[in-house]
Design a protein around this ligand. Structure first.
Ligand SMILES: NC(=O)c1ccc[n+]([C@@H]2O[C@H](COP(=O)([O-])OP(=O)(O)OC[C@H]3O[C@@H](n4cnc5c(N)ncnc54)[C@H](O)[C@@H]3O)[C@@H](O)[C@H]2O)c1
Length: 438
């Protein structure tokens, strides 16, 4: 089953990670990478830095670290840039986000203070509950996209980067169903020239990145890089894209638990999920339009994993409800409550209750790191368009129209690791018993 390794350009020179949005997730990510570089903490939560990968048969005992197996950028070669509607530098933004302690922030203060956000492309029609002053102005959306492209080129030059990746970490935009302007590159470009109201800032960032041949990973739930125009553009420009909506907190728990419940053929009558959070993300999600994007992203997970069409006796009547409650005193310490009504043998009922007192940005930061490194790897490996093997990191994995998205965390992990094995010309792991080999 082994293939020839595919050609991967080496990770030489600096990698610039550009982040639209410099709030809780971005600052926790940047501060964390710097602390890890200084040896102040191990890179907990990151597969690229901490996980191993099994190669060959179990009796071969080959399990290198992923970072030693595939040619990833070195953390010391990373430089950061960001855009935000607020002009504060990354240290001030991190203090405001309130995720990391004063003590931790002091240790990386100088580093963070140097990261100042570039003016953002922002549109109140897409994010209602916040306003800032650090914003680009232009007559058309085409001109705004061009300004982002200039930022990207300038950043690359000024920082001497050999490669860049963009990871969207800005606020969730309102839900837009679909629009004719998304259907082709031509329609989208015409729409930008004519200031079409359905073209959002996240789409303009994605367009600019792809046109600059920079991979784009999408961390929020709204449509951006997953519209037909952008998928076509990414393929045309040979750029990898991935998304969407970082899988952290409650959805991570769901995609860990639901595959287990289904594996044992236990039924689910109801699954009620409520989130209580008080950070700026929560404030944005307090707007019904932004909440709708998130709700759709969160809700689809269970339907895909449990497959009620294939297992109607177990899941057809499942009642699935998702709520997000903005409650400022919670800050970034989100509380994800899940109440499950399940049933087993002879229909006897049971309950599972989960109260996950999580820290959203602490869970998201290593996801941003892994995505940036893997997207850079994908580009050097010549992989273009949708990177389904990175579904592991997303609540709503972008997928080809002909297939359904894979939500099961364990299948996603297998897919990710098999893709790495495939890249390096190693056998894909089948988990077949040793006695059936040879
Ligand atoms: N934290 C998690 O675990 C998690 C999980 C999944 C998805 N997300 C998504 O990641 C995103 C970031 O989350 P966060 O907690 O850091 O939120 P945050 O509110 O702290 O940060 C978002 C930042 O984006 C800025 N922003 C808004 N619109 C912008 C634009 N058009 N251009 C540039 N900057 C813009 C805001 O000013 C803010 O500083 C959100 O969309 C959130 O839904 C987060």
């Amino acid at each position: 089953m082994s293939n020839d390794a595919i050609e991967i350009r080496p990770a030489e020179g600096k990698l610039g990670i550009l982040l639209p949005g410099m709030g809780a997730v971005s600052t926790t990510f940047m501060a964390g990478v710097e602390m890890i570089r200084k040896g102040l903490s191990p890179p907990f939560g990151s597969l690229t830095q901490m996980q191993t990968i099994r190669l060959g048969r179990r009796d071969e005992n080959r399990t290198p670290m992923i970072r030693d197996f595939v040619p990833l950028a070195d953390l010391n070669d990373i430089v950061f840039g960001a855009w935000d509607i607020f002009p504060e530098n990354a240290y001030e933004a991190a203090k405001k986000a309130g995720v990391l302690s004063e003590k931790h922030l002091e240790g990386v203060k100088e580093f963070l203070e140097k990261i100042k956000p570039m003016p953002a492309v922002f549109d109140h029609n897409f994010v209602k509950n916040i306003s800032g002053s650090n914003i680009k102005r232009a007559h058309t959306k085409s001109e705004l996209a061009e300004q982002i492209r200039e930022d990207i080129r300038r950043f690359k030059e000024e920082n001497g980067c050999s490669r860049l990746v963009v990871v969207w970490c800005a606020s969730t935009e309102v839900y837009v169903e679909s629009s004719p302007v998304y259907e082709s590159i031509e329609a989208f470009e015409k729409g930008m020239k004519e200031n079409h109201p359905d073209i959002s800032p996240s789409m303009m960032y994605a367009y600019a990145a792809i046109m600059e041949k920079v991979p784009f990973a999408h961390g929020s739930p709204q449509m951006a890089v997953d519209i037909p125009a952008m998928v076509e553009l990414a393929r045309r420009e040979n750029v990898p894209i991935s998304g969407k909506d970082f899988k952290t907190g409650q959805t991570l728990m769901k995609t860990i638990l639901a595959p287990g419940i289904k594996a044992r053929m236990l039924g689910v009558r109801g699954w009620f999920s409520t989130n209580i959070l008080g950070n700026r993300d929560g404030l944005v999600l307090d707007d019904p339009g932004s909440f709708r994007s998130k709700e759709i992203s969160k809700k689809s997970v269970l339907e895909y994993i449990l497959q009620p069409d294939k297992y109607p006796d177990l899941y057809k009547d499942m009642y699935h409800k998702v709520r997000i409650n903005y409650y400022p005193p919670k800050g970034d310490d989100k509380e994800g409550w899940d109440h499950l009504d399940i049933f087993g043998w002879l229909g006897y009922q049971m309950q599972i209750k989960i109260d996950f007192l999580c820290k959203d940005s602490i869970l998201a930061a290593p996801v941003v790191l892994d995505l940036a490194l893997f997207m850079d790897l994908a580009q050097r490996a010549g992989m273009k368009g949708i990177q389904e093997w990175l579904s592991f990191y997303f609540k709503s994995p972008i997928h080809a129209p002909s297939v359904y998205p894979e939500h099961d965390l364990f299948i996603q992990l297998m897919k990710l690791k098999n893709t790495l094995r495939w890249m390096m010309g190693e056998d894909l792991i089948t988990h077949l018993g040793l006695e059936y080999y040879d």
